[in-house]
Design a protein around this ligand. Structure first.
Ligand code: ADP
Length: 494
Protein backbone atom coordinates (compact mmCIF):
# COMPACT_ATOMS: atom_id res chain seq x y z
CA UNK A 1 0.00 0.00 0.00
CA UNK A 2 2.72 2.43 0.86
CA UNK A 3 4.70 2.91 -2.26
CA UNK A 4 7.60 4.31 -0.30
CA UNK A 5 8.39 0.95 1.25
CA UNK A 6 11.60 0.84 3.20
CA UNK A 7 12.67 3.94 1.38
CA UNK A 8 11.06 6.06 4.04
CA UNK A 9 10.53 3.75 6.92
CA UNK A 10 12.27 5.93 9.50
CA UNK A 11 10.26 8.26 11.72
CA UNK A 12 9.80 11.64 10.08
CA UNK A 13 11.85 14.60 11.20
CA UNK A 14 11.56 18.23 10.35
CA UNK A 15 13.18 18.98 7.01
CA UNK A 16 16.03 21.06 8.31
CA UNK A 17 16.94 18.61 11.03
CA UNK A 18 16.94 15.83 8.46
CA UNK A 19 19.21 17.90 6.26
CA UNK A 20 21.60 18.51 9.11
CA UNK A 21 21.73 14.95 10.37
CA UNK A 22 21.83 13.07 7.08
CA UNK A 23 24.69 13.73 4.73
CA UNK A 24 23.96 13.06 1.03
CA UNK A 25 23.92 9.32 0.32
CA UNK A 26 27.03 7.90 -1.32
CA UNK A 27 26.96 4.24 -2.32
CA UNK A 28 29.85 2.07 -1.30
CA UNK A 29 29.74 -1.72 -1.08
CA UNK A 30 31.61 -1.50 2.22
CA UNK A 31 29.17 0.95 3.69
CA UNK A 32 26.27 -1.47 4.17
CA UNK A 33 24.55 -0.36 7.31
CA UNK A 34 23.54 -2.84 10.00
CA UNK A 35 19.81 -2.49 9.27
CA UNK A 36 20.43 -3.07 5.55
CA UNK A 37 22.34 -6.26 6.38
CA UNK A 38 19.47 -7.41 8.62
CA UNK A 39 16.96 -6.82 5.82
CA UNK A 40 18.88 -8.94 3.27
CA UNK A 41 17.07 -12.28 3.96
CA UNK A 42 13.88 -10.57 2.79
CA UNK A 43 15.38 -8.23 0.19
CA UNK A 44 17.36 -10.88 -1.75
CA UNK A 45 14.47 -13.32 -2.45
CA UNK A 46 12.15 -10.42 -3.35
CA UNK A 47 14.71 -8.96 -5.75
CA UNK A 48 15.35 -12.41 -7.35
CA UNK A 49 11.61 -13.01 -7.74
CA UNK A 50 11.20 -9.54 -9.25
CA UNK A 51 14.09 -10.14 -11.66
CA UNK A 52 12.66 -13.48 -12.75
CA UNK A 53 9.23 -11.88 -13.15
CA UNK A 54 10.44 -8.99 -15.27
CA UNK A 55 12.57 -11.35 -17.43
CA UNK A 56 9.51 -13.57 -18.01
CA UNK A 57 7.40 -10.51 -18.88
CA UNK A 58 9.96 -9.26 -21.42
CA UNK A 59 10.28 -12.75 -22.96
CA UNK A 60 6.50 -13.01 -23.28
CA UNK A 61 6.19 -9.54 -24.87
CA UNK A 62 8.98 -10.36 -27.35
CA UNK A 63 7.33 -13.68 -28.23
CA UNK A 64 3.91 -12.05 -28.80
CA UNK A 65 4.53 -8.38 -29.68
CA UNK A 66 1.65 -6.07 -28.71
CA UNK A 67 -0.30 -3.94 -31.21
CA UNK A 68 0.30 -0.16 -31.43
CA UNK A 69 -2.98 0.73 -29.68
CA UNK A 70 -1.95 -1.62 -26.85
CA UNK A 71 1.47 0.06 -26.60
CA UNK A 72 -0.22 3.48 -26.50
CA UNK A 73 -2.69 2.35 -23.81
CA UNK A 74 0.02 0.85 -21.60
CA UNK A 75 2.15 3.99 -22.02
CA UNK A 76 -0.78 6.15 -20.86
CA UNK A 77 -1.29 3.97 -17.79
CA UNK A 78 2.47 4.02 -17.12
CA UNK A 79 2.45 7.83 -17.20
CA UNK A 80 -0.48 7.89 -14.74
CA UNK A 81 1.21 5.35 -12.43
CA UNK A 82 4.48 7.29 -12.45
CA UNK A 83 2.75 10.60 -11.66
CA UNK A 84 0.79 8.95 -8.83
CA UNK A 85 3.94 7.32 -7.44
CA UNK A 86 5.87 10.58 -7.58
CA UNK A 87 3.15 12.45 -5.65
CA UNK A 88 1.96 10.07 -2.92
CA UNK A 89 -0.93 11.10 -0.70
CA UNK A 90 -0.57 11.61 3.02
CA UNK A 91 -3.71 9.87 4.31
CA UNK A 92 -4.62 10.57 7.93
CA UNK A 93 -4.40 7.44 10.04
CA UNK A 94 -2.40 5.44 7.48
CA UNK A 95 0.84 4.67 9.21
CA UNK A 96 2.77 2.45 6.83
CA UNK A 97 6.34 3.18 5.79
CA UNK A 98 6.51 6.90 5.12
CA UNK A 99 2.87 7.37 6.11
CA UNK A 100 1.96 8.29 2.55
CA UNK A 101 -0.08 6.24 0.11
CA UNK A 102 0.53 5.99 -3.60
CA UNK A 103 -2.39 5.78 -6.01
CA UNK A 104 -0.10 4.04 -8.53
CA UNK A 105 -1.76 0.75 -7.54
CA UNK A 106 -4.87 1.98 -9.42
CA UNK A 107 -3.07 2.28 -12.78
CA UNK A 108 -0.96 -0.84 -12.28
CA UNK A 109 -3.88 -3.11 -11.36
CA UNK A 110 -5.96 -1.57 -14.17
CA UNK A 111 -3.09 -2.45 -16.56
CA UNK A 112 -3.13 -6.01 -15.16
CA UNK A 113 -6.90 -6.35 -15.70
CA UNK A 114 -6.94 -4.73 -19.16
CA UNK A 115 -3.63 -5.85 -20.72
CA UNK A 116 -2.50 -8.81 -18.59
CA UNK A 117 0.31 -9.58 -16.15
CA UNK A 118 3.18 -8.94 -18.61
CA UNK A 119 2.14 -5.34 -19.23
CA UNK A 120 1.45 -4.82 -15.50
CA UNK A 121 4.93 -6.13 -14.59
CA UNK A 122 6.56 -3.70 -17.05
CA UNK A 123 4.49 -0.75 -15.82
CA UNK A 124 5.23 -1.62 -12.16
CA UNK A 125 8.95 -2.02 -12.88
CA UNK A 126 9.30 1.23 -14.81
CA UNK A 127 7.11 3.22 -12.37
CA UNK A 128 9.07 2.27 -9.27
CA UNK A 129 12.50 2.31 -10.93
CA UNK A 130 11.95 5.77 -12.47
CA UNK A 131 10.53 7.37 -9.33
CA UNK A 132 12.96 5.78 -6.85
CA UNK A 133 16.00 6.49 -9.03
CA UNK A 134 14.72 10.07 -9.44
CA UNK A 135 14.57 10.35 -5.63
CA UNK A 136 18.18 9.11 -5.48
CA UNK A 137 17.29 6.34 -3.03
CA UNK A 138 19.99 3.90 -1.94
CA UNK A 139 20.32 1.00 -4.43
CA UNK A 140 19.08 -1.68 -1.99
CA UNK A 141 15.88 0.26 -1.54
CA UNK A 142 15.39 0.85 -5.25
CA UNK A 143 15.77 -2.85 -6.09
CA UNK A 144 13.63 -4.00 -3.16
CA UNK A 145 10.76 -1.60 -3.82
CA UNK A 146 10.89 -2.37 -7.55
CA UNK A 147 10.93 -6.12 -6.82
CA UNK A 148 7.87 -5.79 -4.56
CA UNK A 149 5.95 -3.87 -7.22
CA UNK A 150 6.84 -6.34 -10.00
CA UNK A 151 5.79 -9.36 -7.88
CA UNK A 152 2.57 -7.63 -6.81
CA UNK A 153 1.71 -6.61 -10.39
CA UNK A 154 2.31 -10.13 -11.77
CA UNK A 155 0.15 -11.69 -9.08
CA UNK A 156 -2.56 -9.08 -9.76
CA UNK A 157 -2.48 -10.00 -13.49
CA UNK A 158 -2.66 -13.73 -12.76
CA UNK A 159 -5.49 -13.28 -10.23
CA UNK A 160 -7.50 -11.22 -12.75
CA UNK A 161 -6.86 -13.48 -15.76
CA UNK A 162 -9.70 -16.04 -15.24
CA UNK A 163 -12.24 -13.24 -15.75
CA UNK A 164 -11.46 -12.27 -19.28
CA UNK A 165 -14.55 -10.48 -20.54
CA UNK A 166 -16.06 -7.07 -20.99
CA UNK A 167 -19.27 -7.60 -19.05
CA UNK A 168 -19.59 -5.70 -15.77
CA UNK A 169 -19.49 -8.79 -13.56
CA UNK A 170 -16.21 -9.99 -15.09
CA UNK A 171 -14.66 -6.51 -14.77
CA UNK A 172 -15.67 -6.21 -11.12
CA UNK A 173 -14.41 -9.69 -10.27
CA UNK A 174 -11.10 -9.20 -12.13
CA UNK A 175 -10.53 -5.76 -10.57
CA UNK A 176 -11.32 -6.92 -7.03
CA UNK A 177 -9.11 -10.00 -7.27
CA UNK A 178 -6.30 -8.08 -8.98
CA UNK A 179 -6.41 -5.31 -6.36
CA UNK A 180 -6.51 -7.81 -3.48
CA UNK A 181 -3.53 -9.74 -4.88
CA UNK A 182 -1.48 -6.57 -5.32
CA UNK A 183 -2.39 -5.31 -1.87
CA UNK A 184 -1.57 -8.57 -0.11
CA UNK A 185 1.86 -8.97 -1.76
CA UNK A 186 2.75 -5.31 -1.18
CA UNK A 187 1.77 -5.28 2.47
CA UNK A 188 3.29 -8.70 3.24
CA UNK A 189 6.72 -7.87 1.82
CA UNK A 190 6.73 -4.36 3.20
CA UNK A 191 5.80 -5.36 6.75
CA UNK A 192 8.30 -8.25 6.61
CA UNK A 193 11.22 -6.02 5.71
CA UNK A 194 10.30 -3.28 8.21
CA UNK A 195 9.77 -5.83 11.00
CA UNK A 196 13.20 -7.31 10.32
CA UNK A 197 15.02 -4.01 10.02
CA UNK A 198 13.48 -2.52 13.14
CA UNK A 199 13.39 -5.83 15.07
CA UNK A 200 9.59 -5.71 15.47
CA UNK A 201 7.05 -8.49 15.79
CA UNK A 202 6.02 -9.24 12.18
CA UNK A 203 2.44 -10.55 12.75
CA UNK A 204 1.66 -7.60 15.04
CA UNK A 205 3.08 -5.12 12.52
CA UNK A 206 1.20 -6.80 9.66
CA UNK A 207 -2.07 -6.57 11.60
CA UNK A 208 -1.45 -2.87 12.32
CA UNK A 209 -0.76 -2.17 8.64
CA UNK A 210 -3.83 -4.12 7.51
CA UNK A 211 -5.98 -2.25 10.02
CA UNK A 212 -4.83 1.20 8.90
CA UNK A 213 -4.88 0.51 5.15
CA UNK A 214 -8.07 -1.50 4.61
CA UNK A 215 -10.27 1.54 3.97
CA UNK A 216 -7.89 3.21 1.47
CA UNK A 217 -7.56 -0.21 -0.23
CA UNK A 218 -11.34 -0.45 -0.67
CA UNK A 219 -11.47 3.09 -2.09
CA UNK A 220 -8.69 2.22 -4.54
CA UNK A 221 -10.47 -0.97 -5.58
CA UNK A 222 -13.55 1.05 -6.47
CA UNK A 223 -11.34 3.47 -8.41
CA UNK A 224 -9.83 0.53 -10.31
CA UNK A 225 -13.30 -0.77 -11.21
CA UNK A 226 -14.34 2.72 -12.39
CA UNK A 227 -11.18 3.11 -14.49
CA UNK A 228 -11.50 -0.32 -16.14
CA UNK A 229 -15.20 0.14 -16.90
CA UNK A 230 -14.51 3.54 -18.51
CA UNK A 231 -11.45 2.20 -20.35
CA UNK A 232 -13.60 -0.58 -21.74
CA UNK A 233 -15.83 2.02 -23.36
CA UNK A 234 -12.93 4.08 -24.65
CA UNK A 235 -9.50 4.86 -23.15
CA UNK A 236 -10.19 8.55 -23.87
CA UNK A 237 -13.28 8.61 -21.65
CA UNK A 238 -11.24 7.41 -18.69
CA UNK A 239 -9.44 10.75 -18.71
CA UNK A 240 -12.50 12.18 -16.91
CA UNK A 241 -11.41 10.51 -13.65
CA UNK A 242 -8.18 12.51 -13.70
CA UNK A 243 -9.87 15.83 -12.72
CA UNK A 244 -11.63 14.58 -9.56
CA UNK A 245 -8.54 12.56 -8.59
CA UNK A 246 -6.24 15.58 -8.79
CA UNK A 247 -8.76 17.64 -6.78
CA UNK A 248 -8.96 14.98 -4.07
CA UNK A 249 -5.16 14.67 -4.02
CA UNK A 250 -4.61 18.41 -3.67
CA UNK A 251 -7.26 18.69 -0.99
CA UNK A 252 -5.78 15.77 0.91
CA UNK A 253 -2.31 17.34 0.82
CA UNK A 254 -3.67 20.68 1.99
CA UNK A 255 -5.53 18.99 4.84
CA UNK A 256 -2.45 17.07 5.86
CA UNK A 257 -0.34 20.22 5.96
CA UNK A 258 -2.98 21.95 8.09
CA UNK A 259 -3.04 19.01 10.52
CA UNK A 260 0.74 18.96 10.70
CA UNK A 261 0.73 22.65 11.60
CA UNK A 262 -1.84 22.02 14.32
CA UNK A 263 0.28 19.22 15.77
CA UNK A 264 3.35 21.41 15.72
CA UNK A 265 1.38 24.15 17.44
CA UNK A 266 0.23 21.72 20.10
CA UNK A 267 3.81 20.67 20.71
CA UNK A 268 4.90 24.30 20.98
CA UNK A 269 2.11 24.95 23.48
CA UNK A 270 3.36 22.12 25.71
CA UNK A 271 6.84 23.56 25.42
CA UNK A 272 5.42 26.97 26.28
CA UNK A 273 3.82 25.69 29.47
CA UNK A 274 7.18 24.21 30.52
CA UNK A 275 8.99 27.44 29.67
CA UNK A 276 6.49 29.76 31.37
CA UNK A 277 6.57 27.66 34.55
CA UNK A 278 10.34 27.95 34.57
CA UNK A 279 10.26 31.65 33.79
CA UNK A 280 7.75 32.39 36.56
CA UNK A 281 9.56 30.26 39.09
CA UNK A 282 12.85 32.18 38.88
CA UNK A 283 11.51 35.65 39.89
CA UNK A 284 9.08 34.09 42.37
CA UNK A 285 11.94 32.30 44.12
CA UNK A 286 13.86 35.57 44.40
CA UNK A 287 10.86 37.45 45.77
CA UNK A 288 10.10 34.66 48.24
CA UNK A 289 13.74 34.50 49.40
CA UNK A 290 13.94 38.27 49.91
CA UNK A 291 10.64 38.36 51.78
CA UNK A 292 11.70 35.51 54.08
CA UNK A 293 14.99 37.22 54.90
CA UNK A 294 13.19 40.49 55.69
CA UNK A 295 10.73 38.63 57.90
CA UNK A 296 13.10 36.44 59.86
CA UNK A 297 16.31 38.34 60.23
CA UNK A 298 17.36 41.66 61.64
CA UNK A 299 18.79 43.48 58.60
CA UNK A 300 20.43 46.86 58.35
CA UNK A 301 19.03 49.64 56.18
CA UNK A 302 21.42 48.95 53.31
CA UNK A 303 20.50 45.26 53.21
CA UNK A 304 16.80 46.11 53.49
CA UNK A 305 17.13 48.50 50.52
CA UNK A 306 18.90 45.84 48.43
CA UNK A 307 16.26 43.21 49.28
CA UNK A 308 13.40 45.56 48.45
CA UNK A 309 15.13 46.35 45.13
CA UNK A 310 15.15 42.62 44.38
CA UNK A 311 11.45 42.38 45.23
CA UNK A 312 10.49 45.31 43.00
CA UNK A 313 12.79 44.24 40.11
CA UNK A 314 11.54 40.67 40.13
CA UNK A 315 7.91 41.72 40.54
CA UNK A 316 8.41 43.99 37.51
CA UNK A 317 9.83 41.04 35.59
CA UNK A 318 6.82 38.92 36.51
CA UNK A 319 4.47 41.67 35.40
CA UNK A 320 6.31 41.99 32.06
CA UNK A 321 6.12 38.24 31.48
CA UNK A 322 2.38 38.19 32.13
CA UNK A 323 1.89 41.31 29.97
CA UNK A 324 3.58 39.51 27.12
CA UNK A 325 1.44 36.40 27.46
CA UNK A 326 -1.73 38.53 27.65
CA UNK A 327 -0.66 40.72 24.75
CA UNK A 328 -0.09 37.63 22.56
CA UNK A 329 -3.48 36.25 23.47
CA UNK A 330 -5.18 39.61 22.69
CA UNK A 331 -3.42 39.71 19.31
CA UNK A 332 -4.49 36.13 18.60
CA UNK A 333 -8.08 36.95 19.34
CA UNK A 334 -7.90 40.20 17.34
CA UNK A 335 -8.79 42.13 20.49
CA UNK A 336 -5.79 44.49 20.52
CA UNK A 337 -6.82 48.11 20.04
CA UNK A 338 -4.53 50.41 18.04
CA UNK A 339 -4.57 54.17 18.47
CA UNK A 340 -2.51 55.39 15.56
CA UNK A 341 -1.06 58.91 15.72
CA UNK A 342 1.77 60.88 14.21
CA UNK A 343 4.79 60.75 16.51
CA UNK A 344 8.51 61.33 16.66
CA UNK A 345 10.05 57.87 16.29
CA UNK A 346 13.50 59.21 17.21
CA UNK A 347 12.19 60.47 20.57
CA UNK A 348 10.47 57.15 21.33
CA UNK A 349 13.71 55.30 20.57
CA UNK A 350 15.68 57.76 22.73
CA UNK A 351 13.46 57.18 25.80
CA UNK A 352 13.81 53.42 25.43
CA UNK A 353 17.58 53.53 25.01
CA UNK A 354 17.91 55.88 28.02
CA UNK A 355 15.82 53.53 30.18
CA UNK A 356 17.79 50.47 29.01
CA UNK A 357 21.11 52.18 29.82
CA UNK A 358 20.26 52.03 33.55
CA UNK A 359 20.15 48.24 33.52
CA UNK A 360 22.92 47.47 31.05
CA UNK A 361 24.99 44.33 31.72
CA UNK A 362 28.77 44.80 31.71
CA UNK A 363 30.46 44.71 28.29
CA UNK A 364 27.46 46.06 26.32
CA UNK A 365 27.64 49.48 24.66
CA UNK A 366 24.20 50.72 23.74
CA UNK A 367 24.03 53.47 21.15
CA UNK A 368 21.28 55.43 19.48
CA UNK A 369 21.58 56.96 16.02
CA UNK A 370 18.76 59.15 14.76
CA UNK A 371 19.51 60.16 11.20
CA UNK A 372 18.72 63.76 10.17
CA UNK A 373 15.33 64.65 8.67
CA UNK A 374 13.44 61.57 9.80
CA UNK A 375 9.74 62.25 9.26
CA UNK A 376 7.16 61.52 11.95
CA UNK A 377 5.87 57.97 11.99
CA UNK A 378 2.27 56.79 12.04
CA UNK A 379 2.02 54.37 14.94
CA UNK A 380 0.41 53.60 18.28
CA UNK A 381 2.93 55.05 20.77
CA UNK A 382 2.65 52.20 23.30
CA UNK A 383 2.93 49.54 20.62
CA UNK A 384 5.97 51.20 19.02
CA UNK A 385 7.59 51.33 22.46
CA UNK A 386 6.76 47.66 23.01
CA UNK A 387 8.41 46.62 19.73
CA UNK A 388 11.54 48.67 20.39
CA UNK A 389 11.77 47.37 23.97
CA UNK A 390 11.43 43.74 22.74
CA UNK A 391 14.12 44.13 20.08
CA UNK A 392 16.52 46.06 22.32
CA UNK A 393 16.06 43.61 25.23
CA UNK A 394 16.70 40.70 22.85
CA UNK A 395 19.80 42.37 21.37
CA UNK A 396 21.22 42.72 24.90
CA UNK A 397 20.00 39.30 26.09
CA UNK A 398 21.48 37.44 23.12
CA UNK A 399 24.87 39.19 23.39
CA UNK A 400 26.19 37.18 26.36
CA UNK A 401 29.80 38.11 25.58
CA UNK A 402 29.05 41.81 25.32
CA UNK A 403 29.46 43.99 22.24
CA UNK A 404 27.85 47.00 20.61
CA UNK A 405 24.08 47.32 20.30
CA UNK A 406 22.90 50.04 17.97
CA UNK A 407 19.37 51.37 17.68
CA UNK A 408 18.94 53.44 14.52
CA UNK A 409 16.03 55.47 13.21
CA UNK A 410 16.16 56.56 9.57
CA UNK A 411 13.96 57.78 6.78
CA UNK A 412 13.04 55.23 4.09
CA UNK A 413 10.40 57.24 2.23
CA UNK A 414 7.48 56.69 2.28
CA UNK A 415 8.29 54.88 5.53
CA UNK A 416 10.39 55.25 8.65
CA UNK A 417 12.97 52.54 9.30
CA UNK A 418 13.96 51.30 12.76
CA UNK A 419 16.98 49.03 13.11
CA UNK A 420 18.32 47.21 16.16
CA UNK A 421 21.71 45.70 15.50
CA UNK A 422 23.81 43.55 17.81
CA UNK A 423 27.06 41.60 17.73
CA UNK A 424 25.67 38.66 19.70
CA UNK A 425 25.17 34.95 19.07
CA UNK A 426 23.27 35.39 15.78
CA UNK A 427 20.63 33.09 14.29
CA UNK A 428 21.18 30.14 11.93
CA UNK A 429 19.75 30.77 8.41
CA UNK A 430 17.21 27.90 8.60
CA UNK A 431 15.81 29.34 11.86
CA UNK A 432 15.40 32.91 10.69
CA UNK A 433 12.00 32.36 9.10
CA UNK A 434 10.66 30.67 12.26
CA UNK A 435 11.66 33.06 15.01
CA UNK A 436 8.62 35.28 14.42
CA UNK A 437 6.30 32.35 15.11
CA UNK A 438 4.49 31.96 18.42
CA UNK A 439 6.43 30.24 21.21
CA UNK A 440 9.40 29.69 18.95
CA UNK A 441 12.62 29.63 20.95
CA UNK A 442 15.90 28.48 19.50
CA UNK A 443 17.13 27.22 22.82
CA UNK A 444 14.08 25.84 24.66
CA UNK A 445 16.25 24.02 27.21
CA UNK A 446 17.99 27.28 28.03
CA UNK A 447 21.39 25.66 27.64
CA UNK A 448 22.82 29.14 27.27
CA UNK A 449 21.07 30.25 30.45
CA UNK A 450 18.99 32.82 28.55
CA UNK A 451 15.29 32.53 29.28
CA UNK A 452 12.23 33.86 27.50
CA UNK A 453 8.74 32.88 26.42
CA UNK A 454 9.34 32.88 22.67
CA UNK A 455 6.64 35.53 22.33
CA UNK A 456 8.53 38.82 22.00
CA UNK A 457 9.22 38.53 18.28
CA UNK A 458 5.78 37.11 17.54
CA UNK A 459 4.20 40.10 19.30
CA UNK A 460 6.54 42.53 17.53
CA UNK A 461 5.75 40.96 14.16
CA UNK A 462 1.99 41.15 14.75
CA UNK A 463 2.13 44.73 16.05
CA UNK A 464 4.21 45.92 13.07
CA UNK A 465 1.86 44.12 10.69
CA UNK A 466 -1.25 45.68 12.26
CA UNK A 467 0.31 49.15 11.95
CA UNK A 468 0.89 48.64 8.21
CA UNK A 469 4.61 47.81 8.28
CA UNK A 470 6.96 44.88 7.90
CA UNK A 471 9.69 43.41 10.06
CA UNK A 472 12.59 41.16 9.11
CA UNK A 473 15.96 39.93 10.32
CA UNK A 474 19.38 39.52 8.77
CA UNK A 475 21.84 37.54 10.81
CA UNK A 476 24.81 35.25 10.73
CA UNK A 477 25.60 32.78 13.46
CA UNK A 478 28.27 34.02 15.83
CA UNK A 479 28.43 37.46 14.20
CA UNK A 480 25.22 39.10 15.37
CA UNK A 481 21.75 40.01 14.15
CA UNK A 482 20.04 43.04 12.68
CA UNK A 483 16.29 43.37 13.19
CA UNK A 484 14.65 45.97 10.96
CA UNK A 485 11.07 47.17 10.76
CA UNK A 486 9.45 49.87 8.72
CA UNK A 487 6.25 51.79 9.48
CA UNK A 488 4.41 54.36 7.35
CA UNK A 489 5.75 57.91 7.60
CA UNK A 490 3.20 60.56 8.59
CA UNK A 491 4.24 62.88 5.73
CA UNK A 492 3.59 60.23 3.12
CA UNK A 493 0.06 59.70 4.38
CA UNK A 494 -0.96 63.37 4.37
P1 ADP B 1 12.34 35.06 23.81
O1 ADP B 1 11.43 35.53 24.87
O2 ADP B 1 12.65 33.62 23.89
O3 ADP B 1 13.54 35.93 23.65
P2 ADP B 1 11.51 36.07 21.24
O4 ADP B 1 10.26 35.86 20.49
O5 ADP B 1 11.86 37.47 21.59
O6 ADP B 1 11.43 35.15 22.52
O7 ADP B 1 12.69 35.44 20.38
C1 ADP B 1 12.52 34.16 19.83
C2 ADP B 1 13.86 33.48 19.66
O8 ADP B 1 14.62 34.19 18.66
C3 ADP B 1 14.70 33.54 20.93
O9 ADP B 1 14.49 32.42 21.74
C4 ADP B 1 16.12 33.57 20.38
O10 ADP B 1 16.57 32.26 20.22
C5 ADP B 1 15.99 34.22 19.01
N1 ADP B 1 16.42 35.63 19.02
C6 ADP B 1 15.66 36.73 19.17
N2 ADP B 1 16.39 37.86 19.10
C7 ADP B 1 17.67 37.48 18.92
C8 ADP B 1 18.92 38.17 18.76
N3 ADP B 1 18.99 39.50 18.78
N4 ADP B 1 20.03 37.42 18.57
C9 ADP B 1 19.97 36.07 18.53
N5 ADP B 1 18.83 35.36 18.67
C10 ADP B 1 17.69 36.04 18.86
Amino acid sequence: MSSQGIANSRPQKSRWRQWRSEPPFRWSPLALKADTVRSLPIVIPVVLLGLAGIAAAIASVVATPPSWPEVAGVTGLLAAATAAEAFPLPIEGVNVGAGTTSLAIVSIVATAVIYGWEAAALVAFLTMAIVEAGRRRPPTRIVFNTGVYVCAAILAGLAASPFDGSDLGAIIAASCLGAAAFYVVDILFLSAVIARTRRLDWPALLLRYLYSTTLPFLVMTSLIITLVVLWNRSPWISIIVVGPLITVALHERWLHRALERLREFDRLKDEFIAVISHELRTPLTSVYGAALTLQKREVDDEMRGALLDIVSDEAGRLARLLDRALSASRLDANREIFEIESLDGGETARSIVDAARHRLPPGIQLELVVEPDVPHVLADPDKLRQILVNLTENAIKYSPDGGRVEVRVASAAPQVRFTVKDEGIGIAPEQQEHIFERFHRLDPNMTRGVGGLGLGLYISHELVKHMGGTIWVTSSEGAGSTFTFVLPAADAAT
